[in-house]
Write a protein that binds this ligand. Structure first.
Ligand code: WT7
Length: 650
């Protein structure tokens, strides 16, 4: 059965109650493309402005007059939009239902409580000298305090840089050096299922590895209760600081284009980039997509399972839902603890109506059997979402039929750290669904597919997925490296934003993401640059060179496969996989450890020295008969040698 064969029409009940119907989508989409200024001026009223903007869109992707500005002369405060403005009517409404790692550890936080927590946190930051424009780094578990800290930064105009708690000390150190952060906010530890992760200890180690020594204060939240070493003059406990300040704090009036946050993400080359997002456009786009893509209504209980360490956590745990005054579940734990029914149990416990998660979680729970799902009820569910990697049709059907009892539209949302919010997605109630497809563009998004010559493909076809015009949520720069911003995203295809993803469009205009076209590998939704993993492996004193590729994996989506060349004279038996894995864990984080490592005598390279990853992929998959012509290689015979070693290793 071809993927196109199954189409799920908009269910009757959905189209009659959703914000956007098929007809409305068509009209609004046309307007958003033809008259972007009119469209966005109106839609930007989804948030409150201190000083209204006069200019809407001021953007160009061309080198001569490259600029991306939205609502530039307007002012606002992002935190006030997420918190203060809900107080007059909704102060008792629950903002967050915190579901801790241990079942039964539940906390409800109202908007009024959120307001006071955030103000207090902002005052603690101010007490330690944090000012508008300073960067504050967060290295936190998925607990309410992480969100208070983010919002506190936004309140006083500081720029937050959240580093996912799974990154190693070295990775954290590199990010601290890059942004010159003076303050780090962390916790004693994080709980993830049966494991406790010592976050503060990792921060301490990171501080011994930074080159620039910009960090002056580490503010630590007491969470697990595990003791940790506190260094005089540098380390303070948050709860002690919080006692000394007020729980009211005026917010800063910010320009729409003032930075809101940076978030580091992997590129195909070099060190991770600090993706910079600004205030007005980002919040407008996060709020609008959250409302329409999930068909959010006031009484929904919304749950996005992402960690705040990733962009999904920023846009769809924190900023979008809070701007809309939503009640969200936030979850500290993992989907399989205490068992594989946890997600579905939490959905029942809190009557979750909108659920947004990642394909890797869906596939991993699917592999545990249906009983974990069927023992729960899930009748509160109305809309299901997916993000991060392609949702393969088999997992789609399981999610749709079993989890969603064949009644909930699935929104498979395509976007990136760089895009700030969802760009391609079905809208529930407006579009029929095709399993495996991310459907159509959101309002204001003009996707195109380019062929190898950079020409636009019309109608059905496959090519490089680019975006033709700016949208408000787009990243504004690579922190402190504007040249890299232009070179990375606008130079490959002149005049377009290049996503580095490949995609197919069917004859009805539905998009199907075919995967990255650069050297980025998506392991369980974690974006990993092959260059970073190779650099970590090459740190081993006995290693001469390495090449890392991604191969399909039934649960993780992709898995890493490493080919390693040792230095002359190195003893093959003395270089253990375990050493290399440990090295990668230390340099990046455990999630970047390859599934397979094979020691090889050489790598397939062109005469100019470029590694032919395409050939390595075929070898890793045992498809040596598909390798084709190797005559352009500098040493064609190496292909057979590597194939034999790979076979022997399996
Ligand atoms: C890359 C971006 C956007 C938040 C999470 C990831 C892949 C993302 C989908 C999807 C197929 C997807 C793309 C993209 N991706 N969503 N629905 N279907 N692929 O953000 O870490 O910046 O990664 O994730 O390859 O380029 P990110």
């Amino acid at each position: 059965m071809s993927a196109e064969a199954s189409v799920y029409p908009v269910p009757e009940f959905a189209s009659s109650t959703t914000h956007i119907s098929s007809e409305q989508y068509k009209t609004m989409y046309q307007q958003s493309i033809k008259k972007p200024d009119v469209f966005w001026a109106k839609q930007a009223q989804i948030i409150d402005w201190v000083k209204p903007f006069k200019t809407v869109k001021d953007t160009s992707f061309k080198k001569e007059d490259f600029r991306i500005k939205w609502f530039a002369d307007g002012t606002l405060n992002v935190c006030a939009n997420c918190v203060d403005r809900h107080l007059p009517h909704n102060k008792d409404k629950i903002a967050f239902i915190f579901e801790g790692n241990e079942p039964g550890n539940v906390r409800h936080i109202s908007y009024e409580e959120l307001y006071h927590h955030v103000c207090r946190f902002a005052n603690v930051l101010k007490k330690h000298g944090v000012k508008k424009g300073n960067v504050v780094t967060l290295y936190m578990p998925m607990i309410p305090e992480a969100i208070y800290a983010m919002l506190a930064c936004a309140r006083i105009g500081a720029i937050h840089s959240v580093v996912f708690g799974g990154f190693s000390a070295s990775a954290l150190a590199g990010r601290l050096d890059d942004c010159g952060s003076k303050i780090v906010i962390t916790a004693d530890g994080a709980q993830r299922g049966p494991k406790t992760i010592p976050l503060k200890e990792t921060v301490d180690l990171a501080l011994t590895k930074t080159k620039k020594a910009t960090v002056q204060k580490v503010i630590t939240i007491k969470h697990t209760g595990a003791g940790c070493h506190m260094k005089e003059d540098q380390d303070v406990w948050y709860h002690e600081e919080a006692r000394q300040v007020q729980d009211e704090c005026a917010y800063e009036e910010m320009g729409a284009e003032d930075p809101l946050f940076i978030l580091y993400t992997s590129g195909s080359t070099g060190t991770p980039k600090g993706v910079l997002h600004t205030s007005g456009g980002y919040l407008t786009y996060a709020a609008l997509t959250h409302k329409y893509v999930f068909d959010y209504h006031e009484n929904d209980i919304y749950w996005c399972t992402a960690d705040v360490g990733w962009i999904t956590g920023h846009s769809y745990v924190v900023y979008g839902p809070l701007a809309n005054g939503a009640t969200s579940v936030i979850f500290e734990g993992v989907p399989t603890y205490p068992d594989a029914a946890r997600f579905w149990q939490v959905i029942d416990d809190h009557k979750v109506s909108i659920f947004y998660t990642a394909p890797t979680a869906i596939r991993s729970l699917m592999s545990k059997g249906d009983d974990y799902v069927t023992r729960t009820n899930r009748s509160s569910l109305r809309v299901l979402g997916s993000v991060g990697e392609p949702l393969n049709p088999e997992a789609w059907h399981w999610y749709y039929n079993l989890v969603g009892r064949s009644t909930c539209p699935i929104v498979d949302t395509w976007w990136q750290t760089e895009t700030g919010g969802i760009l391609l997605t079905p809208l529930p109630g407006a579009m029929s669904l095709k399993p495996g497809s991310v459907a159509r563009p959101f309002f204001g998004i003009q996707p195109a597919l380019l062929n190898k010559e950079g020409k636009e493909i019309r109608g059905a076809g496959t090519g490089s997925l680019v975006i033709k015009e700016s949208w408000p949520g787009q990243m504004r720069g690579v922190y402190q490296d504007q040249d890299r911003f232009f070179k990375t995203y606008f130079d490959t295809f002149k005049g377009y934003y290049s996503s580095e993803d490949g995609a197919r469009r069917d004859k009805e205009g539905y998009y199907w993401i075919t995967g990255r076209m650069d050297d980025i590998i998506n392991v369980s939704g974690h974006r990993i640059g092959t260059a970073e993993v190779e650099a970590a492996i090459n740190n081993h004193p006995q290693v001469a060179e390495s090449a890392v590729i991604g191969i399909p994996h039934p649960i993780k989506g992709e898995a890493l496969f490493a080919f390693v060349i040792l230095k002359m004279g190195a003893d093959v038996k003395a270089v253990f996989d375990a050493d290399l894995l440990q090295l990668i864990g230390r340099n990046i984080g455990s999630f970047a450890k390859p599934e397979t490592i094979v020691i090889v005598p050489g790598l397939p390279k062109t005469r100019s020295g470029k590694i032919m990853r395409r050939i390595l992929r075929k070898i890793a998959l045992g498809k040596t008969n598909e390798i084709g012509d190797t005559s352009t290689l500098s040493e064609p015979r190496i292909v057979n040698k590597i194939s034999e070693l790979v076979l022997a290793a399996q």
